[in-house]
Design a protein around this ligand. Structure first.
Ligand code: PEP
Ligand code: CO
Length: 474
């Protein structure tokens, strides 16, 4: 009997295989399950009012868009496309500007061009953007001097300043997060359809990166190859003036579905299919700390029809991962479920292989993505939380080796980055070291790759997967 059957009820399948109707589920059935990582809202009436306000607002995304993303992810699950999921650890109410959004988008587009060219498959681009606000924390409170303060849980909840007043959860922030998500998404849509994403432009930015440092020249060969391919296309009459495929791209939105009250308030029934969609983003994921099979987060996400993700950390067993697949994707719909492994560079290969085998043997058509960030965080001597680009890349290489050994497709990467020139992670072509961290350490949560580190990561990931494909073909 599948472990998921510990939940009440069964699942009824729709005749059209991209939908299923979970039984005994409603947008609020998560309330009957144990829940973790929720703020203690001090004023319940104000909290309810804020949620009512959000519930009265238009959806941020439409069901049809979520279905298109799922169809694209189905191609990833089949080994015919690659997922690039990237963006902030936690979006900020303060660092919110057109420049900030544009630069983040720019690095995602640059990375996508490198990956598309070198892997020879479409790259599905999903931002940790337009809603990635809420953060799980290792402890509910934090000791600062003689004060015990509620932990900072993201700008959608409270403020990081270390005073009682700043840390008090404020429900007005839920409404502000909705509005910021709406304007961010609006700009993302404008940039991606309005010419900013034109392929030749994005490639020119990549060439600037390659030319701008000696270390960057290591990627000169690949950049030159891409350049030739673009010239060839232009010579045969395919260019950005004549072909909208070269001018416009889809960038989808995603975030961790952590605050279930907020997610519920944006969950709407789609009039075409009759199914429920969480319209706060195209894709939602469950974090490593809230993935209990009987917990509220699994309960909520099993019932929405968006493509969903779930983080998979080093303690996960084969039986557990299968139980999760059965709970979250009982109908085995390709592209519905992305498993995002986040193990740590040293252990990824050993931890991941049994899970890949179990999922493959059970026939679950998942996307496997590698989050090389969250298992490689440490505190530098000056007290700054950081990550080294070498460890981040080493985790991706281990992830690729594990897939090669098991005959599965290393479907994508899931990274925390910003388009700004921050100094939060070590290493990269600019050789950021411990003593540089204080220069521009701007994150409100985890350390992010800066734009140059993000692009280098794309070149190195492309090399690693290309080498792995070449060896398996030879
Ligand atoms: C995150 O992705 O920001 C995060 C908190 O990750 P995890 O759930 O894997 O710890
Ligand atoms: Co993070």
């Amino acid at each position: 009997m599948p472990a998921a059957s510990s939940r009440q009820g069964s699942t009824q399948f729709d005749t059209d295989s991209i939908f299923y109707m979970p039984q005994q589920w409603s947008p609020s059935s998560w309330k009957d399950h144990p829940i973790k990582q929720q703020p203690a809202w001090p004023d319940e009436a104000a909290y309810d009012n804020a949620l009512k306000h959000v519930a009265s607002m238009p959806p941020l995304v439409f069901a049809g868009e979520a279905r298109s993303l799922q169809a694209n992810l189905a191609k990833v699950a089949a080994g015919n496309a690659f997922l690039l999921q990237a963006g902030d650890c936690a979006e900020s109410f303060e660092e919110f500007s057109a420049d900030n959004i544009r630069e983040k988008l720019r690095v995602i587009l640059q990375m996508a061009v490198v990956l598309t060219y070198s892997l020879g498959v479409p790259v599905v681009k999903v931002g940790r953007i337009a809603g990635q606000f809420a953060k799980p924390r290792s402890s509910d409170t934090e000791i600062v001097g003689d004060l015990e303060l509620p932990s900072f849980r993201g700008h959608i909840v409270n403020h990081p300043t270390t005073t009682e007043a700043a840390r008090l959860p404020d429900p007005d922030r839920l409404v502000q997060a909705y509005h910021q998500s709406a304007s961010t998404l609006n700009l993302v849509r404008a940039f991606t359809k309005g010419g900013f994403a034109a392929l030749d432009r994005v490639h020119a930015w990549n060439q600037e990166f390659v030319a701008s440092s000696e270390e960057g020249q290591r990627y000169d060969n690949m950049a030159t190859e891409i350049d030739r391919a673009l010239r060839f296309m232009s010579a045969i009459g395919m260019d950005t003036d004549t072909n909208s495929n070269l001018r416009e791209v889809d960038v989808w939105t995603s975030h961790e579905a952590l605050l279930l009250g907020y997610e519920e308030s944006l969950t709407r029934r789609d009039s075409t299919s009759g199914n429920w969609y969480d319209c706060s983003a195209h894709m939602l994921w469950i974090g490593e700390r809230t993935r209990e099979l009987d917990g509220a987060h699994v309960e909520f996400l099993r019932g929405v029809s968006n493509p969903i993700g779930c983080k998979v950390g080093p303690t996960m067993t084969g039986d557990e991962v299968i139980a999760l697949c059965e709970a979250l994707n009982p109908a085995m719909i390709p592209g519905r479920l992305t498993l995002i492994s986040r193990m740590g560079a040293d252990i990824v290969e050993d931890c991941l292989r049994p899970l890949l085998r179990a999922v493959k043997d059970a026939g679950h058509p998942v996307v496997w993505a590698c989050d090389p960030m969250h298992g490689n965080t440490f505190t530098a001597e000056n007290g700054r939380k950081t990550r080294h680009l070498d460890a981040v890349i080493a985790e991706i290489e281990g992830f690729v080796r594990a897939h090669r050994a098991e005959g599965t497709w290393p479907g994508g990467i899931h990274v925390e980055l910003t388009g700004d020139d921050v100094t939060e992670c070590l290493g990269g072509v600019d050789a950021i070291v411990d003593s540089d961290l204080d220069d521009r350490y701007e994150t409100i949560c985890d350390p992010r790759l800066n734009a140059r580190q993000g692009l280098e990561l794309a070149f190195r990931t492309a090399e690693s997967i290309r080498d792995s494909l070449n060896t398996s073909n030879s």
